[in-house]
Design a protein around this ligand. Sequence first.
Ligand SMILES: *[C@@H]1O[C@H](CO)[C@@H](O)[C@H](O)[C@H]1NC(C)=O
Ligand SMILES: *[C@@H]1O[C@H](CO)[C@@H](O)[C@H](O)[C@H]1NC(C)=O
Ligand SMILES: *[C@@H]1O[C@H](CO)[C@@H](O)[C@H](O)[C@H]1NC(C)=O
Ligand SMILES: *[C@@H]1O[C@H](CO)[C@@H](O)[C@H](O)[C@H]1NC(C)=O
Ligand SMILES: *[C@@H]1O[C@H](CO)[C@@H](O)[C@H](O)[C@H]1NC(C)=O
Ligand SMILES: *[C@@H]1O[C@H](CO)[C@@H](O)[C@H](O)[C@H]1NC(C)=O
Ligand SMILES: *[C@@H]1O[C@H](CO)[C@@H](O)[C@H](O)[C@H]1NC(C)=O
Ligand SMILES: *[C@@H]1O[C@H](CO)[C@@H](O)[C@H](O)[C@H]1NC(C)=O
Length: 362
Amino acid sequence: MTDTKLRTSRMHLLFVLPLVLEVQSISMIHNFTYDCTCHLELKIANCTSSNFTHVPTTLPPFTEQLDLSLNHLSAIHPQAFHSVRRLRVLLLNDNMIAMLADGVFSLLEGLLRLDLSRNRISFLGEGFSRGLGSLRDLSLAENRLASLDSSCFVHFDALQRLNLSHNAIETIKTRAFGSMSTLRQLQLNSNNLTVLKNGIFSMLRNLEVVNLHHNQIHYLDVGVLSPLTSLALLDLTNNNLSTIQFKTFLSLNTYSTHIMLQGNPWDCDCDLQRVFQKLCNVKRLFLDDYDNLTCVNLDESDRNYTMKEEFCTAEMVTVLVITMTVVITVVAAIVMAEKKRKKKNKEKHWTEVGELACASQD
Ligand SMILES: *[C@@H]1O[C@H](CO)[C@@H](O)[C@H](O)[C@H]1NC(C)=O
Ligand SMILES: *[C@@H]1O[C@H](CO)[C@@H](O)[C@H](O)[C@H]1NC(C)=O
Ligand SMILES: *[C@@H]1O[C@H](CO)[C@@H](O)[C@H](O)[C@H]1NC(C)=O
Ligand SMILES: *[C@@H]1O[C@H](CO)[C@@H](O)[C@H](O)[C@H]1NC(C)=O
Ligand SMILES: *[C@@H]1O[C@H](CO)[C@@H](O)[C@H](O)[C@H]1NC(C)=O
Ligand SMILES: *[C@@H]1O[C@H](CO)[C@@H](O)[C@H](O)[C@H]1NC(C)=O
Ligand SMILES: *[C@@H]1O[C@H](CO)[C@@H](O)[C@H](O)[C@H]1NC(C)=O
Ligand SMILES: *[C@@H]1O[C@H](CO)[C@@H](O)[C@H](O)[C@H]1NC(C)=O
């Protein structure tokens, strides 16, 4: 039993060795019959820009990096990658992929990086993440995703970077990012989010960067940021925020977090200014673009206000002036009334005396 095994492995070795030597002696780069350039030494199969409509079936089994970017792939079939199970990098960006078979990547247990950007993906099922327990880096940017279900990322145990920018995401289900406690960077910019609901970020305790610029967010639930205990950068620029609540940001229980908020239609009043002043005084929070927060409600053709300006003092002065005017008027009125009364009293006194005099005379 042991002997046979030994002999087989020796034979295998004898068979492989001359091949490797031969390949190396001829050329480092070997041209296969299909339009992929395969670099044996580096274990790369480069099939970029080759008009492929299907994943090629005859790839060398040792391939660790497969570049299928810039082709015409429209669907990925269930067995597409069964001959290249050692893949570590898979580039499928810039195709026309609309359909991913259920569990299509499930054999690629060593995959570290997957690029699916610039395709036509509109749906991710539970099978999408199956088997991808080692994946660190995933891009789904520039696709057609409209919602993230609670099951689409469920098997990612090691994911660190997730790029979902430039989709049409409107809804994120509560548990969508639920399994990704290893996630460090999340790009959700240029989507169609309007509210950030409590629970969508729960479990993301290692998240350092969350990019939400260019959405239409007008409301954040008060507790939505509280699970993000490692957050270093929160980019909310170019959204539809007109007001914020102090507690929402105070609940960020981090060591230090930079928050970007410009490009929102701030509805400035004294209350909101007070909220911002309080936020500026929280040592661990840094409002990097505070100077640039513009007040749309106070926009005038000759002068536009920013949040940090003293429109509130002006308001207070106005209030003070009005109050003073009122007080002065009232005081003046009282004084006048008093004078009038005294005068009247004097006259009355005279008549009373006169009457008395008359009476005594009678
Ligand atoms: C591979 O083959 C193509 C033609 O099919 C040729 O133009 C190209 O130069 C070859 N590349 C190498 C590295 O031999
Ligand atoms: C594949 O080749 C193209 C140029 O022909 C290059 O830009 C790209 O980086 C290569 N891909 C990999 C994974 O090496
Ligand atoms: C891909 O197809 C286009 C036209 O359809 C052609 O011009 C181009 O040469 C093809 N590229 C390859 C690598 O075959
Ligand atoms: C995410 O994808 C977009 C669009 O493809 C790209 O411009 C951006 O650089 C990516 N972000 C990161 C952090 O990789
Ligand atoms: C998403 O937002 C963009 C603008 O940011 C808009 O053009 C598009 O119609 C919106 N899509 C949906 C489905 O709401
Ligand atoms: C911005 O939010 C307001 C509600 O605060 C809403 O009425 C308006 O339609 C939103 N605008 C956009 C462009 O989403
Ligand atoms: C504020 O706006 C100015 C001019 O638009 C720009 O140069 C500056 O970089 C902005 N500051 C921040 C912190 O983004
Ligand atoms: C104030 O803002 C409005 C629009 O927001 C703009 O049309 C106007 O030119 C701005 N005025 C100044 C002085 O910047």
